[in-house]
Design a protein around this ligand. Structure first.
Ligand SMILES: [Zn+2]
Length: 699
């Protein structure tokens, strides 16, 4: 092999070439470094941070919940949560031994956690400050702290079903659940750098990114009204021994809910100590048969359609025959001849069946839907019930009739509250709501609710008329026990038999209800009350629902500084029904006469074996007390000699016949001219006497 002589020029070329390569390589490296440093530094740093760092969420305190005036319903504090980083725990056995008594955990459980193969683990969440301080003082390696929000309710159980509650991390019921996204705030982090084996990286410090507090809710609820309502519901639980009671109140002009509650309720901090059925808010989430409070829909529809005349007479024989069924009036024995105004005052079922038939299916149901029944109101609360109204294809004559007086349908207290609010509000149905404002941490309003009209259901004239009729119910009808001296109150009672799981009525088990607004001339509040399955007192809205309404309204009117109304006629004073059982008809009549009450006899016999209303009930003067006679030998076989009725007014004839246990079928108006059967005829009790009324010819 021949060596090629290396010339100088060749050496220079090689050196130049090498230099070029070196410069190029360095340039590429510098460029790459610059690229990484300048353009991708954040991304890469982040990736490394992720590899080295372990983070534990630091949860924010939830936003507070206030009443309409800024009084606190729910607040939050920040508390510590104790966390272990197992790789950094130097002596798990000793650490577990020291922590066990402080955290109230077993040593073995702690030891297991402290030796787990994980980056970090909660030892105990949300510990009280004194515990947290004691743990800090131990200065145990591998034991760190993060913060979390801790809910508290300064009023205890007050408004618990409305507010709901929070679990360890989130709202689980009520407004706490519905407004979770606003209340929860933004999570922060506690970052602590580690290597792959979860060992601390020297010279790296822990970093804390604080959480952002949630937003605050301002409710439409008034804490004082809520308190009054709950206090009186608790009283009703004691006085009537029911399964449950509930109430809901609203400002009829805006649809703002002022109070809503039921008993039994629960403590939101210990929600797991009661059955979950108590977590809901029954005035919003429960639907059941309304009974007579629903008659207001039929009444308003009939007025609006020109089918109601309060002076017109109606004859109630205790039932109405519809489609082969006898639909009973609540009296059993019937109201006899009454005006349509009296039919509302005494809540006569057949009279309302008649109004329903006049309206017909299409009209009645269009009003039922227009008043908001059979659908959701859209209130800002989770789990609202829509109730159940007959579908058009289901409605035959019987369904039309029962719907007209509130049977066979299922509605919520909230729906009834809003329907009656529409009557109090000139015919305008409002959308109900619970939150009026949401504020951020800086106190700025981020959301403000305005009252919302759903639709005008009836004219102002119809609404005013219905309100006037409802006022009569309080003055002399079934709402009398709700009367408050000095105030004009519009009201309606309701009593509904409960339906069992098999869809049949449970005999003797009732939900009685009462709804009303005050004052009639400028309604400030609408209140609905229901008592479920009372075990003491007669199970009628007038006897149980009305007093609870009165207890609540009396204090609420004072609190709201509603001035008394200017009333022309003084209110009648309620009378206590005497105990008539075991008395003879003569003695009972004498007792009732003294008390200013009327008597109606049912059945045969000399002695009274039962009565309605029961002894002790308070009723308006002139109320008819129905007494049931027992089997006995002296009651002339139950036949009655028909009296001569000529010359009496319709009202007087009705009264005389009802005293005798006979029914009136009136024809015409004026005074009685003739009758069938003729005076002196012996008839059975319960017979119908037809009387022709007119203007007598001058003699
Ligand atoms: Zn009746």
């Amino acid at each position: 092999m021949i060596e090629v002589p290396v010339t100088l020029s060749t050496v220079r070329r090689r050196v130049a070439y090498m230099l070029f390569i070196i410069v190029l390589t360095v340039s590429i490296l510098i460029g790459r470094l610059a690229w990484l440093q300048i353009f991708r530094s954040e991304e890469l740093y982040g990736a490394a941070w992720e590899q080295w760092n372990r983070s534990i969420p630091a949860r924010s305190p939830r936003g507070a919940i206030y009443d309409r005036q800024g009084r606190m319903f729910a607040g939050s504090t920040t508390v510590d949560t104790v966390v272990a980083i197992p790789a950094q725990v130097e002596n798990p056995g000793e650490t577990a031994k020291e922590l066990a008594p402080l955290l109230g955990l077993s040593e073995s459980d702690l030891h297991e956690k402290l030796t787990m193969n994980c980056s970090s683990i909660y030892l105990k969440r949300k510990v009280p400050p004194e515990i947290s301080q004691a743990v800090r003082e131990l200065k145990l390696p591998g034991i760190i702290f993060t913060t979390e929000g801790q809910r508290y309710y300064p009023n205890g159980t007050l408004a618990s079903q409305l507010l709901g509650f929070v679990g360890m991390d989130e709202g689980l019921a009520g407004l706490e659940l519905y407004y979770e996204d606003y209340l929860k705030g933004k999570e922060g982090y506690l970052l602590f750098p580690c290597d792959n084996l979860n060992r601390p990286i020297p010279h790296e410090i822990k970093r804390f990114v604080p959480p952002k507090e949630g937003m605050d809710l301002y409710l439409t609820i008034d804490e004082t009204i809520q308190y009054i309502v709950e206090r009186e519901l608790a009283r009703a639980m004691i006085e009537f021994g029911p399964k449950g009671v509930m109430a809901i109140a609203a400002d009829p002009h805006s649809g703002a809910i002022l109070a809503a509650a039921s008993k039994p309720d629960y403590d939101p901090l210990h929600y797991d100590r009661v059955d979950s059925k108590y977590w809901a808010l029954p005035p919003v989430t429960a639907s059941f048969e309304p009974g007579s409070t629903f008659k207001l829909v039929t009444l308003c529809a009939a007025i609006e359609e020109g089918l109601y005349n309060e002076n017109e007479y109606f004859f109630c024989r205790g039932f109405a025959s519809v489609g082969g069924h006898n639909l009973r009036c609540w009296t059993g024995s019937g109201h006899g001849s009454i005006t349509y105004l009296q039919a509302v005052e005494s809540s006569c079922n057949p009279a309302f069946i008649n109004l329903g038939q006049r309206l017909g299916e299409e009209k009645l149901f269009s009003y039922i839907h227009a008043f908001g029944y059979g659908g959701l109101s859209g209130i800002d609360y989770p789990g609202e019930s829509g109730g159940l109204i007959f579908e058009p294809e289901q409605v035959g004559p019987v369904e039309l009739a029962t719907s007209a007086f509130g049977q066979g349908v299922s509605v919520t207290p909230l729906q009834q509250l809003m329907a009656v609010s529409a009557i109090a509000n000139g015919g305008y149905l409002m959308k109900p709501y619970l939150v009026k404002e949401i504020c951020n941490m800086e106190g700025e309003i981020v959301y403000e609710r305005q009252p919302e009209v759903v639709r005008q259901v009836i004219s102002k004239a119809t609404a005013d008329k219905a309100a006037w009729i409802m006022e009569n119910v309080t003055i002399r009808g079934s709402g009398m026990n709700a009367a408050i001296e000095g105030y004009r109150i519009a009201s309606k009672t309701g009593t509904a038999e409960k339906v069992g799981p098999d869809g049949r009525y449970i005999s003797g088990s009732y939900i009685v209800s009462f709804i009303g607004f005050v004052p009639v001339e400028d309604p400030r509040i609408v209140i609905y009350v229901a008592v479920d399955g009372a075990t003491r007192g007669p199970q009628w809205g007038s006897q149980i629902g009305a007093p609870v309404f009165k207890w609540i309204a009396t204090d609420v009117l004072t609190y709201m500084q509603v001035p008394p109304s200017e009333i022309d006629a003084p209110l009648a004073v309620p009378v206590q029904v005497p105990d008539l059982q075991g008395l003879s008809v003569h003695d009972a009549a004498a007792q009732l006469d003294t008390a200013g009450l009327m008597l109606r006899l049912v059945g045969e016999g000399q002695y009274i074996v039962n009565q309605t209303p029961k002894a002790g009930a308070s009723v308006s003067p002139q109320t008819e007390i129905i007494v049931y006679l027992g089997e006995d030998d002296a009651f002339s076989g139950g036949t009655i000699s028909v009296p001569d009725l000529s010359g009496f007014t319709v009202k007087d004839v009705g009264q005389v016949l009802s005293w005798l246990g006979l029914y009136l079928e009136a024809e015409g108006s004026g005074i009685a001219l003739r009758q069938e059967p003729a005076p002196g005829t012996a008839v059975e009790q319960g017979e119908v006497i037809k009387v022709f009324f007119g203007t007598p010819l001058e003699q």
